[in-house]
Every structure is written in C-alpha cells, then in structure tokens.
Design a protein around this ligand. Structure first.
Ligand code: NAP
Ligand code: ZN
Length: 352
C-alpha cells in the first residue's frame, strides 16, 4: 500500500527522549479521512507507553490520542465529513465492527481487539500505529468525531481521552442530578471528571494528596476536597459516595476509598493497570454490597455524545499549551503531578 512521509515526534526506546522522526501515513482508501493535526493533548498513557511502563510498547513509539484538526482530504465513500471540517480522533482508530461489543457501540471492548491510535496493530501498512504527535493522521471515517465549533479547539483536544474516559463511567453508573460522586487525583482525567460530573448535576468531592490543589479544585467545580493522607478528613466522608472515579496512575491503596462508598456504591479504577497492593479487603464490599470496577475509555457514539454535551454546556479542559519540542519537560512535570491540568501541544510548532 502507498504511503507518504510524515513529520512526527517519538522515541526509539523506553530510556530515550522523544525527538523528531519521520513516519509513514497510508494513502487514503475510500472510507478514509486525512486530518491535519492542529492540537494534540498529552495523556499520562502517552508517558506510560513511551516508557514501556505496561510492557508491550512498540518502537519507534509516537504517542498522542487526543487529536483535533482540520480535514484535508477524504476518500470517495466518506459521507459525514468534507474537506475543511474540524474533526477529532481519540484513542481508537479501528475495530472489527461485527462482534457483540462493536455492535453495541462498545468498540473499546472489541472482542477481537480494537486498534489503538498508537501502539496498535496497523492493518493497512503492517507494523504498528503512530499517534497524534505528528503533522497529520489518516483514519477510517467511523472513528472520526465531530468537534463542537463553539469551543476553544486546543482545549477540546483532551476531551478525546480524558473527557470520554471519565464520561463513560459517569454515564454507565447513571450519575444524575443529586448523585454523590468522588474523584481520586486531580490531573488530566480528574479535572475532567469533576467538570463532567458537575455538568450532569452531581455533588462532587475531590480526593487529593496535594493541599495546593484545593483552591483550583473548587474553581473547577468540586464542592469539597478531602486530603487523602489525612485520616480525620477521610473518616468524615465514610459511607458517602455513589460513585468514585479513581484516576491514580500508579499502584496505591484503594481500601480507604472503598469505606467512603455508600451501600451499593462503586469505585471505578481508570488509572492503574495491574495487581492491587495492599490487597483489596472484601469485608466492606460484602457488608455493604459495594463494587470495585474498571472502565476503558468509551465507544465512538458515546464519545460523540460527550463532545456534544460539552458543546452544549461549554465544558473544555484547563490547558497549558506547549511546543512539540517541550514534550520531554512536560513528561517530567507529569511524573511529578505538576500539570494544570492538561498539556496540549500546538502542532504548528512541529512545522518549525
Ligand atoms: P495525570 O494528569 O498525571 O494525573 C494523575 C493524578 O493522580 C495526579 O495529578 C495526582 O493527583 C494523582 N497521583 C499521581 N501519582 C499518584 C500516586 N502515586 N498516588 C496517589 N495519587 C497519585 O494523569 P492522567 O492523564 O489523568 O491519567 C491518569 C491515569 O489514567 C494514567 O495511568 C493513564 O494511563 C490512565 N488512563 C486510563 C484510561 C482508561 O481508558 N482507563 C484512559 C486514559 C488514561 P493529586 O496531586 O491530586 O493527588
Ligand atoms: Zn489517554
């Protein structure tokens, strides 16, 4: 299959810094859309992948799955978009479209394995997929999202991952007016969880380790902030929450949060992948019919629903706009939880 050279930023190994490189983008098929990338958000998953934190990273690795841009070319069978339209691409660029999950609009849980925007299996060119830290991307129409035109485009980018990853559990666990929601960790996902839960009418509490984030959290819409390292504060919210969204990226003790769930409450892990340490105590689960669950991004239809909701409610991410060349410093700051509250790359900088 034909392809074109494309400027990108990526890394050749878990220990190298990211730097400029050339990747290939396929020539459009009938159902493909080519997007000039204007902005790309920086997710903690980008860093996990570049560093091979989860194992299985493929190199060279070009991260980025919070993509917004302008359509520059369309295949002959594309119907929903035209050249010049704004468009978004999130964490998925392909799935089988025929399994039970795909038929239920849950492409992220495709039973044959969905294709990640980066580090996925490239069915067209062979090898693996490359993400949004690049000039352009070619994506099958089904996986391209319509972007609300009334919002700041750079601040929309993080909705494509941080937004949908927190929206999906809020909707699945039926958060509505009066629900009591808590969020663990105020980073990219955490700040979107607060905004979206508030948008749905919930009362929202933030659990954070960081006193300096209290004022910001309240400005973002949190009704209350609990410093998770303070036992007295933790005790004050025992049995309170219908839903907790835990965005912490590394192994941590979830038991103290379980005790803050109400009867039938659920704690949804979206951040950390792996075995829990210390081990999960089942006593509060059994005595209170509580659940500990997980959730992966969201399907394409649900992502569009979230983007439309954000358009209607004027919800965007709080961003710090950076140049592509600043990405290594941004990763260092992300490891230190020093992000307010999402880095977004101005992709014009890659042209320089
Ligand atoms: P982020 O911006 O770095 O935010 C994470 C926040 O967690 C930090 O700001 C910090 O908040 C808290 N935190 C960090 N290290 C901690 C530790 N050791 N113990 C306790 N709290 C800690 O990261 P993000 O982009 O929001 O991503 C969060 C996680 O979700 C990552 O692991 C990412 O890979 C994952 N993710 C999952 C999905 C999915 O589909 N499930 C999708 C996207 C991302 P405080 O300072 O407030 O404590
Ligand atoms: Zn992400």
């Amino acid at each position: 299959m034909n392809s074109t050279h494309t400027k990108a930023f990526g890394t050749n190994s878990p220990t190298d810094n990211l730097k400029e490189m050339t990747i290939e983008r396929r020539t459009l098929t009938a159902n493909d859309i080519e997007i000039e990338i204007l902005y790309c958000g920086v997710c903690h998953s980008d860093l996990h992948t570049a560093n091979n934190d989860w194992g299985g990273s493929l190199y060279p690795s070009v991260p980025g799955h919070e993509i917004v841009g302008k359509i520059t070319n369309i295949g002959s069978e594309v119907t929903r978009f035209k050249v010049g339209d704004l468009a978004g691409v999130g964490c998925l660029v392909d799935s089988c479209r025929t399994c039970d999950s795909c038929k239920k609009d849950l492409e992220q849980y495709c039973l044959t394995g969905s294709t990640g925007t980066y580090n996925g299996k490239d069915k067209h060119l062979g090898g693996h997929t490359f993400g949004g830290y690049s000039e352009k991307i070619v994506v099958e129409e089904h996986f391209v999202l319509k972007v609300p035109s009334n919002l700041d485009l750079a601040a929309v980018a993080p909705l494509l991952c941080a937004g949908i990853t927190t929206w999906s559990p809020l909707k699945h666990w039926n958060v509505k007016e009066g629900s009591k929601v808590a969020v663990v960790g105020l980073g990219g996902l955490g700040h979107m969880a607060i905004k979206l839960a508030k948008g749905l009418g919930a009362t929202v509490t933030l659990f954070s380790r960081t006193e300096e984030k209290i004022a910001d959290a309240k400005e973002l819409g949190a009704d209350e902030v609990i410093i998770s390292t303070d036992a007295t504060q933790m005790k004050s919210v025992k049995g309170k929450f219908d839903l907790i969204i835990d965005t912490v990226p590394y192994v941590h003790d979830v038991n103290p949060y379980v005790t803050t769930l109400s009867i039938d409450g659920t704690l949804v892990l979206v951040g950390y992948l792996g075995g829990l340490e210390p081990i999960l105590n089942t006593v509060p689960l059994i005595l209170g019919r509580k659940s500990v669950a997980g959730s992966l991004i969201g399907g394409i239809a649900e992502t569009q629903e979230m983007l439309d909701f954000c358009g209607e409610h004027n919800i965007v991410s709080e961003i710090e706009l950076i140049k592509m060349q600043d990405i290594n410093e941004a990763y260092d700051r992300m490891v230190k939880s020093d992000v307010k509250y999402r880095f977004v790359i101005d992709m014009a900088s890659l042209k320089n």
